[in-house]
Each structure stands twice: as C-alpha cells, then as structure tokens.
Design a protein around this ligand. Structure first.
Ligand SMILES: [Zn+2]
Length: 326
C-alpha cells in the first residue's frame, strides 16, 4: 500500500507511556468503543474535561458499520477537537479484537497507534505464532500490540463464545516472552455484552477471579494487563430502557467496586462498551417517549450524547481513577 499514514502524524500516542504511568499510579486507562460521531464527541469531551488519557477503540464491526476510512479521519478530528479544548491528553487509536494479521497490518498502515490481535480461540501454539507475526510488523512502526490468553464468554460484534475459559497463569510468562506483546488481555470472569452473569439479582453476581489476576501478576510483574467486558451494566439505564418499551431482562455487569480494585492492580486498560450503548439507548428511548412530536435527530442524539459525557466522566473519576492523569 502506497498511501500509508503513521499515527504520530495524526497526533496520536501508543500505549507505552500511558501504561507505564498507569502501572506506577495505580489506575487504569479507559478504552471506549465508538461507532459514530456522537459517541466520539462524548468520549473526547468527557476525557478532555476530566484530563484523562484515553484509548479510542474500533472493532471490526465498527469499521464495517461506519467505514474504516471515515472512522480514522474522525479519530484525527477527535485529537484536534481535544487540542481546541486546551487539552493535551494522550489519545490512542486502537483496533479492538483484530482477527487476522492482514487486518492488523492494515490498521498499522492507516494511522492506528495500537492493535489487538485476538488469537484466543486458536490453539496455544497458533495464538503465539499469529501474535508474534503481528508484533514483528507493528513494532517496526512503534505501534503497540495487545494479545489475549483465555476466552471471554458473551457476544461483542463478531466475537462470541458460549463459555468462558479462564486464563491459565502458567502460560502467561511463556506467551509474553515468545510473542513480545505490550499488554495482555486475560479472562478472570468478565464477559462481553449486557448479560454478563446468569443471575436474577445483583447480589448473586459472582466475584471476579482475583486469585488468577494475582498469580498472573506474580509471574509477569509490572506487565500491563487488560480487562475486556468490564461494563457495570448500569441498572439506572436498564430500568429506563425497560420503562420506555425495552426488554432487557436480567442484564447485569461487573460491580464498580471490583473494577476499582482491578484498576489499582496491574490492570492498566479497562474496556467499556456496553455501558455506553445502554446510556445512548436509554436516553433516546426516554426522549422520544417524552417528546412524541420531535423528529430532529439532534434532539434525541444530543440527549444521548449528554448522558454519555456524564457516564464517562463518572468512570474516569470514580471507577478507573484516570481523571487528572492526562
Ligand atoms: Zn473484548
């Protein structure tokens, strides 16, 4: 490909300094997914306002929905918007759940500062080989790489699994050594989507497997760990959605207290997608139900965007501890 663009030309940062500072400071960098303008505006606004470093994530599904070229230019716009807000927070553009070397290479060549190669569904040896291949390419351009060991249950775009398989701590040292990855996503009981646990009430939610996290930390001290599927499934939004015609039954997520505990450990990146989706859906439903004559998308999307700013500020300030660190 002749028209390549390096992330530094877009004003983006890789994850190296972000993670080093998060590790030392006992907090986690938020990674928010986006698919459209309003989500991106909300993420930038909230992170600039709270002075939080941020990872903007795009999944393969987001690239299919909104067009990869369009989204890349939006990320560039996001950096400029943050600077116009007098904020110099570090901003990373990351591929979430890359599933092939070719996709990761395409992102590296097109301005991403970080990519995930998810070979967690492969055999251990194939996961090592694929991850190593991506690392060798990405590191030539100083692009960070996230790998994954262990499988999360749930569904997120094309990524889905019926059952989770916890990360085996005895594999992490070998995996990190052989692949050269910059961070590692592990499976300790979180899952993708709005139905993280098969429970009927919040007090039945099982705790995350902090014992596995601890063993991983002991085997690869100071190495950045990533938590996927870490939305709390904010019940206020679930209730609003259901009040205004939705049907989300028994939707529960990871309690914020457990995420705080994780953020204080070697967990340096926490992925939040479902909570943002819930906030948008709740506010759109509420607005349209309360304003049946309104047909200007700016009104209901604006209400959703405003709520998303509130949610992200809260996550940065009260859950991940990333506020004031940018
Ligand atoms: Zn994920």
């Amino acid at each position: 490909m002749s028209n390549t663009v390096h992330y530094s030309d877009l004003g983006l940062a890789n994850t190296r300094d972000m993670f080093a500072r998060a590790m030392a400071g006992g907090y986690a960098i938020p990674a928010y997914n986006f698919n459209n303008l309003e989500q991106l505006q909300a993420i930038v606004t909230a992170c600039a306002q709270t002075r939080s470093p941020v990872i903007l994530q795009l999944s393969k599904g987001a690239r299919q929905y909104a067009n990869g070229t369009m989204l890349r230019h939006m990320a560039r716009g996001a950096v400029e918007m943050a600077r116009e807000m007098d904020s110099d927070i570090p901003i990373c553009l990351h591929l979430d759940h890359g599933d092939s070397f070719e996709l990761c290479r395409d992102c590296v060549d097109n301005g991403f500062s970080s990519v995930m190669i998810d070979g967690s569904h492969l055999s251990y040896d194939d996961n090592v080989a694929l991850t190593r291949q991506v690392v060798e390419y990405a590191h030539r351009f100083d692009v960070s790489v996230e790998g994954e060991l262990g499988v999360l249950a749930g569904i997120e775009d094309e990524v889905s699994s019926e059952q989770s398989h916890y990360t085996k701590p005895e594999e992490v040292e070998d995996f990190v050594g052989k692949t050269g990855v910059d961070s590692l996503a592990i499976s300790i009981g979180t899952s993708h989507g709005a139905y993280k646990f098969k429970v009927k009430s919040a007090d039945e939610i099982p705790p995350l497997r902090f014992d596995i996290l601890k063993e991983v930390e002991q085997r690869i001290p100071g190495f950045p760990i990533v938590l996927h599927g870490a939305s709390s499934v904010v019940q206020e939004y679930v209730q609003l959605i259901n009040r205004y015609g939705g049907q989300l039954v028994d939707a529960f997520g990871v309690p914020e207290e457990q995420l705080r505990q994780a953020a204080a450990s070697a967990v340096c990146k926490i992925n939040i997608d479902s909570d943002g989706r819930l906030a948008v859906t709740a506010k759109v439903r509420e607005y349209l139900a309360q304003n049946p004559k309104e047909f200007d998308p700016r009104k209901y999307l604006g209400a959703a965007r405003e709520e998303l700013v509130r949610l992200i500020r809260h996550k940065n300030e009260a859950v991940l501890g990333s506020a004031g660190r940018g």
